[in-house]
Ligand binder design. Structure first.
Ligand code: PAF
Length: 291
Protein backbone atom coordinates (compact mmCIF):
# COMPACT_ATOMS: atom_id res chain seq x y z
CA UNK A 1 0.00 0.00 0.00
CA UNK A 2 1.39 3.35 -1.06
CA UNK A 3 0.98 6.59 0.93
CA UNK A 4 0.76 9.88 -0.91
CA UNK A 5 0.41 13.34 0.54
CA UNK A 6 0.86 15.80 -2.33
CA UNK A 7 -0.38 16.62 -5.81
CA UNK A 8 2.88 15.51 -7.48
CA UNK A 9 2.47 12.05 -5.97
CA UNK A 10 -1.14 11.91 -7.19
CA UNK A 11 -0.11 12.84 -10.74
CA UNK A 12 2.59 10.16 -10.71
CA UNK A 13 0.11 7.42 -9.66
CA UNK A 14 -2.57 8.62 -12.07
CA UNK A 15 -0.26 8.75 -15.10
CA UNK A 16 1.21 5.35 -14.22
CA UNK A 17 -2.31 3.88 -14.01
CA UNK A 18 -3.46 5.54 -17.25
CA UNK A 19 -0.34 4.36 -19.11
CA UNK A 20 -1.27 0.80 -18.15
CA UNK A 21 -4.97 1.41 -18.90
CA UNK A 22 -5.90 0.71 -15.29
CA UNK A 23 -9.11 2.14 -13.80
CA UNK A 24 -9.07 4.22 -10.62
CA UNK A 25 -11.66 4.16 -7.83
CA UNK A 26 -11.77 6.76 -5.06
CA UNK A 27 -13.32 6.56 -1.60
CA UNK A 28 -13.19 10.06 -0.05
CA UNK A 29 -13.28 10.04 3.76
CA UNK A 30 -12.34 12.18 6.73
CA UNK A 31 -10.73 9.17 8.42
CA UNK A 32 -11.86 7.70 11.77
CA UNK A 33 -12.80 4.75 9.60
CA UNK A 34 -15.43 2.24 10.66
CA UNK A 35 -17.39 -0.62 9.12
CA UNK A 36 -19.37 1.87 6.99
CA UNK A 37 -16.18 3.04 5.27
CA UNK A 38 -15.03 -0.58 4.91
CA UNK A 39 -18.27 -1.26 3.02
CA UNK A 40 -17.46 1.62 0.61
CA UNK A 41 -14.00 0.18 0.02
CA UNK A 42 -15.20 -3.37 -0.51
CA UNK A 43 -17.97 -2.21 -2.86
CA UNK A 44 -15.40 -0.45 -5.06
CA UNK A 45 -12.54 -2.98 -4.75
CA UNK A 46 -13.84 -5.44 -7.38
CA UNK A 47 -14.93 -2.63 -9.73
CA UNK A 48 -11.58 -0.88 -10.25
CA UNK A 49 -7.89 -1.70 -10.68
CA UNK A 50 -6.40 0.97 -8.43
CA UNK A 51 -8.33 1.62 -5.21
CA UNK A 52 -7.59 4.98 -3.58
CA UNK A 53 -8.68 5.95 -0.06
CA UNK A 54 -8.45 9.63 0.78
CA UNK A 55 -8.24 10.69 4.42
CA UNK A 56 -8.63 14.41 4.91
CA UNK A 57 -10.54 16.26 7.63
CA UNK A 58 -11.81 19.06 5.44
CA UNK A 59 -11.88 22.36 7.34
CA UNK A 60 -14.22 24.17 4.94
CA UNK A 61 -17.16 21.86 5.65
CA UNK A 62 -17.15 22.67 9.37
CA UNK A 63 -18.95 25.80 10.53
CA UNK A 64 -17.85 28.05 13.38
CA UNK A 65 -18.26 26.25 16.71
CA UNK A 66 -18.50 22.81 15.03
CA UNK A 67 -16.25 19.86 15.86
CA UNK A 68 -13.34 20.39 13.41
CA UNK A 69 -10.70 20.45 16.19
CA UNK A 70 -12.13 17.49 18.08
CA UNK A 71 -13.17 15.41 15.04
CA UNK A 72 -11.76 11.91 15.73
CA UNK A 73 -8.39 11.28 14.03
CA UNK A 74 -6.65 7.89 14.19
CA UNK A 75 -4.34 7.32 11.24
CA UNK A 76 -2.92 4.04 12.59
CA UNK A 77 -6.41 2.52 12.84
CA UNK A 78 -7.29 3.94 9.40
CA UNK A 79 -4.20 2.26 7.95
CA UNK A 80 -5.33 -1.09 9.38
CA UNK A 81 -8.79 -0.71 7.80
CA UNK A 82 -7.15 0.24 4.50
CA UNK A 83 -4.81 -2.79 4.55
CA UNK A 84 -7.74 -5.09 5.31
CA UNK A 85 -9.72 -3.64 2.41
CA UNK A 86 -6.77 -4.10 0.00
CA UNK A 87 -6.48 -0.38 -0.71
CA UNK A 88 -3.66 0.40 -3.18
CA UNK A 89 -3.08 4.05 -2.31
CA UNK A 90 -3.89 6.15 0.76
CA UNK A 91 -4.03 9.87 -0.01
CA UNK A 92 -3.48 11.84 3.20
CA UNK A 93 -2.80 15.47 2.29
CA UNK A 94 -2.18 18.39 4.63
CA UNK A 95 -4.60 21.28 4.53
CA UNK A 96 -1.86 23.26 2.70
CA UNK A 97 -2.05 20.77 -0.20
CA UNK A 98 -5.82 20.97 -0.59
CA UNK A 99 -5.95 24.71 0.18
CA UNK A 100 -2.56 26.12 -0.97
CA UNK A 101 -3.79 29.69 -0.45
CA UNK A 102 -6.65 31.01 1.69
CA UNK A 103 -9.64 29.86 -0.38
CA UNK A 104 -11.55 32.29 -2.57
CA UNK A 105 -12.81 29.64 -4.96
CA UNK A 106 -15.74 27.52 -3.83
CA UNK A 107 -18.11 25.12 -5.55
CA UNK A 108 -21.80 25.40 -4.67
CA UNK A 109 -24.73 23.23 -5.64
CA UNK A 110 -27.28 25.94 -5.09
CA UNK A 111 -30.64 25.03 -3.65
CA UNK A 112 -29.73 21.48 -2.69
CA UNK A 113 -27.09 22.87 -0.32
CA UNK A 114 -29.65 24.85 1.72
CA UNK A 115 -32.19 22.08 2.33
CA UNK A 116 -32.23 19.62 5.29
CA UNK A 117 -28.70 19.71 6.73
CA UNK A 118 -28.01 22.94 4.87
CA UNK A 119 -30.69 24.77 6.84
CA UNK A 120 -28.73 24.09 10.05
CA UNK A 121 -25.22 24.07 8.52
CA UNK A 122 -25.36 26.77 5.82
CA UNK A 123 -21.75 26.46 4.58
CA UNK A 124 -21.33 22.69 5.05
CA UNK A 125 -22.19 21.54 1.53
CA UNK A 126 -20.19 24.32 -0.08
CA UNK A 127 -17.19 22.84 1.75
CA UNK A 128 -18.10 19.30 0.72
CA UNK A 129 -18.69 20.22 -2.95
CA UNK A 130 -15.42 22.17 -3.01
CA UNK A 131 -13.24 19.43 -1.54
CA UNK A 132 -14.92 16.68 -3.58
CA UNK A 133 -14.29 18.76 -6.72
CA UNK A 134 -10.62 19.11 -5.79
CA UNK A 135 -10.33 15.35 -5.19
CA UNK A 136 -12.01 14.61 -8.52
CA UNK A 137 -9.71 17.06 -10.31
CA UNK A 138 -6.65 15.48 -8.76
CA UNK A 139 -7.55 11.80 -9.11
CA UNK A 140 -9.83 11.81 -12.21
CA UNK A 141 -11.32 8.58 -10.86
CA UNK A 142 -13.45 6.25 -12.96
CA UNK A 143 -15.69 5.59 -9.95
CA UNK A 144 -16.25 7.26 -6.60
CA UNK A 145 -18.11 5.73 -3.63
CA UNK A 146 -20.34 7.46 -1.07
CA UNK A 147 -22.50 6.04 1.70
CA UNK A 148 -26.30 6.14 1.86
CA UNK A 149 -26.16 7.47 5.43
CA UNK A 150 -25.24 10.94 4.16
CA UNK A 151 -28.06 10.89 1.64
CA UNK A 152 -28.05 14.64 0.98
CA UNK A 153 -24.33 14.46 0.21
CA UNK A 154 -25.08 11.69 -2.32
CA UNK A 155 -27.81 13.75 -4.01
CA UNK A 156 -25.54 16.77 -4.13
CA UNK A 157 -22.51 14.87 -5.49
CA UNK A 158 -24.67 13.26 -8.20
CA UNK A 159 -25.75 16.73 -9.30
CA UNK A 160 -22.17 18.01 -9.10
CA UNK A 161 -20.88 15.20 -11.34
CA UNK A 162 -23.65 15.84 -13.83
CA UNK A 163 -23.28 19.62 -13.96
CA UNK A 164 -19.47 19.70 -13.98
CA UNK A 165 -19.35 17.09 -16.78
CA UNK A 166 -17.22 14.66 -14.77
CA UNK A 167 -17.56 11.20 -16.29
CA UNK A 168 -16.90 9.57 -12.90
CA UNK A 169 -19.45 6.86 -11.96
CA UNK A 170 -21.13 7.34 -8.58
CA UNK A 171 -21.44 4.19 -6.47
CA UNK A 172 -23.84 4.51 -3.51
CA UNK A 173 -23.39 1.95 -0.75
CA UNK A 174 -26.10 0.98 1.78
CA UNK A 175 -25.77 2.20 5.38
CA UNK A 176 -23.96 -0.22 7.67
CA UNK A 177 -25.67 -0.59 11.04
CA UNK A 178 -24.83 -1.75 14.51
CA UNK A 179 -26.80 -4.85 15.63
CA UNK A 180 -29.39 -2.57 17.31
CA UNK A 181 -29.91 -0.59 14.08
CA UNK A 182 -27.83 2.53 14.81
CA UNK A 183 -26.16 3.72 11.60
CA UNK A 184 -22.35 3.55 11.74
CA UNK A 185 -20.84 7.02 12.04
CA UNK A 186 -17.53 8.43 13.21
CA UNK A 187 -19.53 10.70 15.52
CA UNK A 188 -21.07 7.73 17.41
CA UNK A 189 -17.82 7.80 19.39
CA UNK A 190 -19.01 11.03 21.06
CA UNK A 191 -22.16 9.42 22.56
CA UNK A 192 -22.40 8.76 26.31
CA UNK A 193 -23.64 5.24 27.21
CA UNK A 194 -27.17 6.59 27.81
CA UNK A 195 -27.17 8.52 24.51
CA UNK A 196 -25.82 5.46 22.69
CA UNK A 197 -28.70 3.40 24.13
CA UNK A 198 -31.23 6.02 22.99
CA UNK A 199 -29.85 6.62 19.47
CA UNK A 200 -31.34 3.54 17.70
CA UNK A 201 -34.74 5.29 17.99
CA UNK A 202 -33.91 6.91 14.63
CA UNK A 203 -33.71 3.62 12.76
CA UNK A 204 -36.69 2.15 14.66
CA UNK A 205 -38.87 5.13 13.71
CA UNK A 206 -37.74 4.94 10.06
CA UNK A 207 -38.42 1.19 9.94
CA UNK A 208 -41.92 1.74 11.36
CA UNK A 209 -42.55 4.36 8.68
CA UNK A 210 -41.35 1.96 5.98
CA UNK A 211 -43.68 -0.75 7.32
CA UNK A 212 -46.59 1.71 7.27
CA UNK A 213 -45.83 2.58 3.63
CA UNK A 214 -45.62 -1.11 2.74
CA UNK A 215 -49.02 -1.46 4.43
CA UNK A 216 -50.48 1.18 2.08
CA UNK A 217 -49.98 4.51 3.93
CA UNK A 218 -49.32 7.29 1.39
CA UNK A 219 -49.98 10.60 3.20
CA UNK A 220 -46.44 11.98 3.52
CA UNK A 221 -47.36 14.80 5.93
CA UNK A 222 -49.06 12.40 8.29
CA UNK A 223 -46.19 9.90 8.05
CA UNK A 224 -43.56 12.57 8.75
CA UNK A 225 -45.59 13.83 11.75
CA UNK A 226 -45.74 10.25 13.11
CA UNK A 227 -42.01 9.87 12.47
CA UNK A 228 -41.30 13.07 14.40
CA UNK A 229 -43.55 11.97 17.29
CA UNK A 230 -41.79 8.58 17.52
CA UNK A 231 -38.36 10.25 17.77
CA UNK A 232 -39.56 12.91 20.20
CA UNK A 233 -40.86 10.06 22.39
CA UNK A 234 -37.22 9.34 23.26
CA UNK A 235 -36.33 11.79 26.07
CA UNK A 236 -32.63 12.01 25.08
CA UNK A 237 -33.38 12.84 21.43
CA UNK A 238 -33.77 16.47 20.35
CA UNK A 239 -35.28 16.35 16.89
CA UNK A 240 -33.94 18.72 14.21
CA UNK A 241 -36.06 17.41 11.35
CA UNK A 242 -38.05 14.40 10.16
CA UNK A 243 -39.03 14.95 6.55
CA UNK A 244 -40.31 13.19 3.46
CA UNK A 245 -38.79 14.72 0.33
CA UNK A 246 -38.31 14.04 -3.36
CA UNK A 247 -35.10 12.00 -3.66
CA UNK A 248 -33.64 14.22 -6.40
CA UNK A 249 -34.79 17.75 -5.54
CA UNK A 250 -35.05 17.27 -1.74
CA UNK A 251 -38.30 19.25 -1.83
CA UNK A 252 -41.10 18.10 0.50
CA UNK A 253 -43.70 15.84 -1.16
CA UNK A 254 -47.36 15.55 -0.12
CA UNK A 255 -47.79 11.89 -1.02
CA UNK A 256 -45.57 8.85 -1.10
CA UNK A 257 -45.00 8.23 -4.82
CA UNK A 258 -41.90 7.74 -6.97
CA UNK A 259 -38.43 8.01 -5.38
CA UNK A 260 -38.87 9.45 -1.93
CA UNK A 261 -36.23 10.13 0.71
CA UNK A 262 -37.24 9.99 4.36
CA UNK A 263 -34.54 11.82 6.34
CA UNK A 264 -34.09 12.49 10.04
CA UNK A 265 -31.59 14.42 12.14
CA UNK A 266 -31.55 14.61 15.91
CA UNK A 267 -29.19 15.62 18.68
CA UNK A 268 -28.29 13.26 21.46
CA UNK A 269 -26.55 15.57 23.91
CA UNK A 270 -24.03 17.51 21.81
CA UNK A 271 -23.91 14.85 19.07
CA UNK A 272 -25.97 15.29 15.94
CA UNK A 273 -26.92 12.05 14.19
CA UNK A 274 -28.50 11.48 10.78
CA UNK A 275 -30.37 8.57 9.29
CA UNK A 276 -32.67 7.95 6.35
CA UNK A 277 -34.45 5.48 4.18
CA UNK A 278 -35.12 5.85 0.48
CA UNK A 279 -38.16 4.23 -1.11
CA UNK A 280 -39.34 3.82 -4.67
CA UNK A 281 -43.13 3.64 -4.64
CA UNK A 282 -45.18 2.71 -7.65
CA UNK A 283 -48.83 1.91 -6.86
CA UNK A 284 -48.81 -0.87 -4.25
CA UNK A 285 -45.16 -1.71 -4.99
CA UNK A 286 -42.64 -0.36 -2.44
CA UNK A 287 -38.91 -0.95 -2.88
CA UNK A 288 -36.07 0.18 -0.65
CA UNK A 289 -33.53 1.86 -2.95
CA UNK A 290 -30.37 3.95 -2.73
CA UNK A 291 -30.71 7.76 -2.74
O1 PAF B 1 -18.53 12.11 4.00
C1 PAF B 1 -17.42 12.58 4.36
O2 PAF B 1 -16.69 11.97 5.12
C2 PAF B 1 -16.99 13.95 3.83
O3 PAF B 1 -18.07 14.81 3.71
C3 PAF B 1 -16.21 13.86 2.50
C4 PAF B 1 -17.09 13.35 1.37
C5 PAF B 1 -15.01 12.96 2.66
C6 PAF B 1 -15.72 15.25 2.09
O4 PAF B 1 -14.85 15.77 3.02
Amino acid sequence: MEWISDATGVRRVVSRARARQLTIGLVPTMGALHAGHAALLSALRPQVDVLVLSVFVNPTQFGPGEDFDTYPRDLAADAAWAEAARVDVVFHPDASVMYPVPPQTFVEVQGLDRRLEGAVRPTHFRGVATVVSKLLNLWTPDAVAFGQKDAQQVVLVRRLLQEMLWPTRLVVVPTVREPDGLAQSSRNAYLSPAERAAAPVLHRALSDLEQAVRGGARDARRLSAELARAIQGEPLAQLDYAVVVDADTLEPVPIMAGRVLVAVAARFGATRLLDNCCLNISGADVQAVMP
